[in-house]
Design a protein around this ligand. Structure first.
Ligand SMILES: NC(=O)c1ccc[n+]([C@@H]2O[C@H](COP(=O)([O-])OP(=O)(O)OC[C@H]3O[C@@H](n4cnc5c(N)ncnc54)[C@H](OP(=O)(O)O)[C@@H]3O)[C@@H](O)[C@H]2O)c1
Length: 257
């Protein structure tokens, strides 16, 4: 396939997806590639990224794999530079890398706190900062940043204190980013999923506690990563030019239950 692929909603735009090695990020990357984006897959597990690249290319899409550890400032800078070297300036960032720690506050260590906050808030801050600097410097038009937050950015849940804090920080950061970068044509929005079955929570849903929890949901089900396709595509599309500083909740009405 030619480098100037111009089919699909995203017609050859360069998209960087962090946390593309599993779960939602893997799905986001596949959906963007299907819409014609040239997708840079970023995470720590390089072998998984290579497998996904092969899968995307096998389906006629374009992808590159880049190692990224959002806990390392140098890795963030190098990964964004490598993304640009592969496919040109990043126009779409899906800021998706994230981790969780499920413990009561009294059992939460300082190390747990640092790992979750530094991945979900600091890491997302650094990746977006690097991408935005390059968009601004190169006067790239139509930038789109999607910060993958959570309904737990606003909903308090026991045993997920630091995760909730980190997503609240990311949601509010989204608003400040939207303000600062509006004049540079960069739209920044948060995507707030409810519960979707991925490696971050996989074991939990098969426990008695997990099953009882699902029974309390308005639709009594855990979502599938594909349930986020529509919201993602809206937020990265050229059609969402006036949507910035917003959050889209995709949760089967769970947050308001
Ligand atoms: N699943 C849900 O119900 C749900 C709901 C709301 C929000 N979310 C959010 O959605 C995002 C994706 O989560 P998921 O459910 O898809 O979980 P997942 O399958 O565990 O994926 C997490 C991704 O984050 C990456 N990651 C973790 N630490 C990283 C680091 N230091 N540097 C770079 N990448 C890192 C992982 O890649 P490597 O380990 O290969 O680096 C992995 O690809 C997270 O931000 C999560 O908080 C999930």
């Amino acid at each position: 396939m030619a480098d100037d692929r111009s089919t699909g909603l995203l017609g050859g735009r360069c998209a960087l997806v962090t946390g593309a090695s599993s779960g939602l990020g893997r799905r986001f990357a596949t959906v963007l590639a299907r819409e014609g984006a040239r997708v840079v897959l970023a995470a720590r597990r390089a072998e998984r990224l290579r497998d996904l690249r092969t899968e995307i290319e096998g389906a006629g899409g374009r992808a590159a794999a880049v190692e990224l550890d959002v806990l390392s400032d140098g890795s963030v800078t190098a990964a964004v530079a490598a993304a640009e070297a592969a496919f040109g300036p990043v126009q779409i960032l899906v800021n998706n890398s994230g981790v969780s720690a499920q413990k009561r506050i009294v059992d939460m260590s300082a190390g747990d706190y640092d790992r979750v906050m530094n991945t979900n808030a600091r890491g997302a801050f650094l990746v977006a900062r690097e991408v935005a600097r390059r968009i601004i410097d190169a006067s790239v038009e139509g930038g789109r940043i999607v910060n993958v937050a959570s309904i737990l950015a606003e909903k308090a849940v026991r045993e997920l204190s630091v995760y909730c804090m980190s997503k609240a920080a990311l949601l509010h950061l989204t608003r400040v980013q939207a303000l600062e970068w509006a004049r540079f044509g960069i739209n920044v929005n948060a995507l707030c999923p409810g519960y979707v079955r991925t490696e971050i929570n996989d074991e939990y849903w098969d426990t008695d506690r997990g099953r009882r929890f699902v029974e309390s949901f308005p639709r009594r089900r855990v979502g599938d990563a594909s349930d986020l396709d529509g919201a993602l595509l809206l937020l990265v599309s050229p059609e969402s030019r006036m949507i910035t500083g917003s959050a889209i909740t995709v949760d089967d009405a769970l947050a308001i239950a």
